[in-house]
Design a protein around this ligand. Structure first.
Ligand code: SF4
Length: 973
């Protein structure tokens, strides 16, 4: 391992470093014999964002190792990171364009010129033949519903931004990326609870925790180098709690492990909330009651008509009309004498205050009831309650860390609402070592989503949501108008922004999510799909139905590194009959992350810059090149046309030459003062009068007159708590911990002086430390509360914005072997069912199935199943079952088994161990099994796709699928 010369000398690299400036030295200070030029890059697999140094000689990678100066990974790489170089060297990569004609059983090789022309013509023809200018109410909608984009989570942010600009200019409204399937419920819940969707803290900050509760995830394997910081918390005297149906490497390293039945997280956390509230009454000195009273809505008085399930509403809240909720009773009482017009009880004792209503609501979640629902060991559960509740002291901090397993449920939004409520009660938001840390797994999943690669957001997320048919004027953006106008100036320059606003497509309702796309394909509405690094034939739900949908398309464009299962869905290997499938398929070869430069955003919101290491193989091109050339061809085809909103294409600023330069694109994203031509330094400077441009306000400040901040490599940390403010850049505004004004008391003094995130300096009237969230003074000096994106800037324990309840309530999964022990309301009453097959019954399918991924394989496995080093470690799909289940079914270790659900069946190899155990629920034994989901029929190593078993049922708030758990059965093949 190398250590930097700067580190040896006691100094640090400062400012902006270009690639190849690094000098490597051995541990005794001697310069190593250099094998090639060193290039800095960032791992493209998971969202930990590990730094890598690739040494290149004569166009080949001759050395590949972790970047020791990168504060996130400090030189360490997990097996995937090490094997990443094999992706650039693989002989299996696509090196030229491939085309599959209708009803053909084979690919044809084509040129880029041909492909760009044909793809652009398909897009134009489909768009123009299916153009919707106005709706039935004469609202201008300027959209096509005949084209969908299934976008990706792996390209650099600059490429994702160009993709977003391209898609919206064409009037496409069906746009989704894997974030919908992964953690959209977390975003929705966090926005309701604390105001913003992403992780509040960052990876390194976990070292500051007194307790980290990992629930619904296997961090040690899914984010190995991020887990190092959780381990650091343990080394510092903190605890790790792991809650999961499966005993994993995370469980092994945890202080407490709770084995639970899949799909019961709300009951588990609900019981913890009940424990905390009971303990708070007995021992208020052990909790930060000032935080709860001053920074949350706990003291707010709720409408006396509001009723919760405890009020004998049997699993429902007031307002239920049989199909939806009338939310009029989910409101506050008015008090005109209060500055905010809301009645409050600062003693928190009124029966109608949020605090007491919460207590009443969760009073049913006793230890015994939690044990009955979840199957957890009671003594372990009580230990966990006590341990995590201890982070409620003002000087303590606890983090909740979760990922897709917590989110992919028909109750997914309310699961994460429960996490947030617990964190607000314990005063754990905004502080070092605290937070709600829901992690999108993919390398740049956060960076891509925030460029607007989801149907409802523009670049910059919710405050610049894509307009609806009723938002005919840009004034509907109110205080965010400056942000939206600045996007329009970046995209349409001198065109008046009121005119260019009307170029953009207007949505009607919210039915444009991932599953809605496949439903619209089935109905014949969508005729063409561009699948951009997206492998729905493996990641989609009920993949048999996914492939049937793809076969109904007129055309499918797949841009990827390899021939994926989605690209080859029509092949007989996929179980299809090519002679019956009309879909034309264009397979465009893309460049890997090592073959291009640009910024990538880690799960902890840090932007870091990748430099290009090697050239792409053959004729493979960067996503930016591909988008650029298709748009240039479209502009050519639309020249002279005026109908079908052609101005949106003809007037689009698209002057990137032969290939967009990432640094220049990032300047467009950052934005300019159009009166001076200077780059902006803060979104606070954005104006609604058209004098500023900014492609994405969240990125404003990233590439300024001071240079590209994502390239910074100064790893000094004066904060002592791991903020590393000059390493890369964190959105927004380089703030490292969100809601950080909650880390101080109302006078501006840190709750925990040993780990201060902020400190108010009364002399200067300024904050010291991290970039203060919102910037306002402490509350006692006239400043606002810290959760500035929520009404009254308070954290919302009671939240009326979600469709299925202001508090979380336990419901059973759509398929469950258990009658809900808490109420007669079996499942979420608002579950969205797209599945055409009725749910499986627990007599035929008595087992609870769920999925996982391993350290060696990433998501659909389209990359990792082609990398030899990883395949040596994990060459086959292996289903984990318990000793007891194996015994009862006569299955031996290594046997081939069939796992079946009502929707299909797969084969796998049995792995029998005590890592998974039956759980006792209400006196019954429930067996659970776990299947990795990274397998498909393409690649060097192949295996059946787990998602053949899962059901198309969705959370009603975000339409995230309940890809787990499901009912299944298993037997020897
Ligand atoms: S896969 Fe994740 S943990 Fe592993 S090296 Fe890459 S970024 Fe780091």
């Amino acid at each position: 391992m190398k250590i930097s010369a700067a580190g040896v000398g006691g100094a640090v690299l400062g400012g902006l470093a270009a690639p190849n400036e690094k000098v490597s030295a051995s541990q005794d200070g001697d310069t190593l014999k250099k094998q090639g030029e060193d290039v800095y890059t960032i791992c493209s697999f998971c969202s930990t964002g590990c730094g890598i140094i690739a040494s290149v000689n004569d166009g080949k990678i001759v050395n590949f190792e972790g970047d020791p100066d990168n504060p996130i990974n400090q030189g360490a790489l997990c097996p995937k990171g090490v094997a990443m170089k094999q992706a650039a060297e693989s002989e299996d990569r696509l090196t030229g364009v491939l085309y599959r004609a209708p009803y053909s059983d084979s690919w044809e090789e084509k040129s880029w010129d041909w492909a760009v022309e044909q793809v652009a013509r398909r897009i134009k023809e489909t768009r123009d033949n299916n153009w919707l200018e106005k709706d039935g109410d004469e609202n201008l909608i300027n959209r096509t519903e005949a084209i969908a984009t299934l976008a990706t989570a792996f390209p650099n942010s600059e490429e994702a931004y160009l993709m977003s600009k391209f898609i919206r200019a064409l009037g496409i409204v069906y746009v989704e990326n894997p974030a919908r399937m992964c953690v959209s419920s977390a975003v929705c819940a966090d926005m309701e609870t604390v105001g913003r969707g992403p992780t509040s803290n960052h990876w390194i900050d976990h070292k500051n925790s007194d307790s980290v509760m990992i629930i619904g995830g296997n961090t040690a394997e899914s984010f190995p180098n991020a887990f190092r910081w959780i381990k650091k918390a343990q080394e510092n005297g903190g605890t790790i709690i792991h809650v999961d149906p499966r005993y994993t490497r995370t469980s092994k390293l945890a202080d407490y492990y709770a084995m639970v039945r899949a799909g019961t997280d709300i009951a588990f956390i609900g019981g913890m909330i009940r424990y905390v509230m009971d303990d708070m009454e007995a021992n208020p000195q052990d909790y930060n009651m000032t935080y709860i009273r001053e920074y949350t809505n706990a003291a707010y008085l709720v409408n006396p008509d509001f009723k919760c399930p405890t009020d004998t509403l049997d699993g429902l809240f007031s307002g239920w009309n049989g199909t939806s909720y009338d939310k009029s009773s989910w409101s506050y009482q008015a008090d005109e004498e209060q500055a905010d017009g809301i009645a409050k009880d600062s003693t928190l004792t009124s029966t109608n205050c949020v605090f007491q209503l919460l207590k009443k609501h969760f009073s049913r979640y006793t230890d015994d009831k939690v044990v009955e629902i979840t199957g957890v060991d009671k003594a372990v559960y009580q230990d966990i309650c006590r341990t995590f509740a201890a982070t409620g002291r003002p000087e303590k901090a606890g983090s909740i860390f979760f990922s897709a397993a917590a989110c992919q449920h028909t109750t997914g939004t309310q699961v994460v609402r429960a996490f947030g409520i617990l964190q607000l009660l314990l005063g754990n938001m905004g502080v070092a070592g605290g937070g709600l840390n829901g992690i999108a797994g993919a390398g740049n999943g956060l960076g891509c989503t925030l460029q607007g690669l989801v149907n409802h957001w523009g670049p910059g997320a919710d405050s610049v949501r894509m307009p609806s048919n009723t938002e005919q004027a840009i004034d509907s953006y109110g205080g965010n108008k400056g942000r939206f106008v600045s996007i329009l100036k970046a995209w349409y320059g001198d065109i008046d922004h009121n005119t260019s606003y009307n170029y953009l497509p207007k949505r009607t309702g919210g039915s444009y999510t991932w599953q809605d796309i496949f439903s619209a394909i089935d109905k014949g509405t969508i005729k063409g799909v561009h699948s951009w690094g997206n492998n729905s034939a493996v990641s989609g739900i009920n993949t048999t139905a996914v492939k049937q949908s793809l076969s109904k398309l007129d055309w499918l464009i797949v841009t990827d590194l390899w021939e994926t299962e989605t690209a080859s869905f029509w092949k007989s290997e996929a179980g299809s009959s090519p002679e019956d499938i009309k879909t034309e398929v264009f397979l465009l070869p893309a460049a890997h992350a090592l073959e291009k430069e640009g910024s990538t955003c880690s799960g902890g919101r840090w932007l870091q810059w990748r430099y290009k290491v090697v050239d792409p193989p053959g004729e493979a091109q960067t996503d930016a090149w591909i988008i650029n050339h298709i748009m240039l061809k479209l502009k050519e085809l639309y020249t002279g046309q005026s109908d079908c909103n052609a101005d949106a294409i003809n007037n689009l600023i698209w002057n990137y030459g032969e290939e967009p330069v990432p640094n220049e694109v990032s300047k467009e994203m950052n934005g300019y003062d159009l009166t001076t031509g200077k780059l902006l330094s803060s979104p606070g400077h954005l104006k609604a009068d058209g004098t500023t441009s900014c492609g994405n306000w969240l990125w404003c400040g990233m590439n300024t007159e001071e240079g590209n901040q994502a390239k910074r490599r100064d790893n000094t940390d004066a904060s002592g708590i791991g903020l590393y403010p000059a390493w890369g850049w964190a959105w927004p505004l380089n703030r490292r911990i969100m809601y950080n004004r909650a880390s101080v008391d109302p006078d501006g003094n840190p709750w925990n002086p040993a780990k201060p995130v902020l400190q108010w300096d009364a002399d200067s009237g300024k904050w010291l430390g991290d970039i203060a969230d919102g910037g306002a003074a402490p509350v006692n000096m006239g400043g606002s509360c810290p959760f500035i994106m929520r009404p009254q800037s308070r954290g919302c324990i009671f939240g009326s914005g979600r469709v299925d309840g202001p508090f979380p309530e336990h419901y059973e999964p759509w398929e469950s072997p258990v009658d809900n022990p808490l109420s007669s309301q079996q499942g979420n009453p608002l579950t969205m069912v797209y599945e055409t097959t009725p749910p499986g019954n627990s007599t035929e399918y008595p087992l609870v199935g769920f999925c996982h991924r391993t350290v060696e394989h990433m998501h659909t496995g389209s990359v990792t199943r082609r990398l030899g080093w990883l395949l040596e470690l994990t060459p086959k799909i292996v289903v984990q079952i318990s000793l007891e289940l194996a015994d009862s079914r006569g299955i031996n270790e290594g046997d081939e088994v069939v796992v079946e659900s009502v929707r299909g069946e797969i084969k796998a190899i049995a792995s029998i161990s005590s890592l998974i155990k039956p759980v006792k629920v209400g006196g019954r034994t429930i067996h659970q099994i776990s299947i990795p989901w990274s397998w498909g029929y393409e690649g060097i190593a192949t295996g059946n796709t787990m998602n053949m078993l899962s059901a198309r049922v969705m959370d009603p708030n975000t339409r995230i699928p309940e890809s787990r758990p499901f009912l299944c059965n298993i037997y020897k093949a």
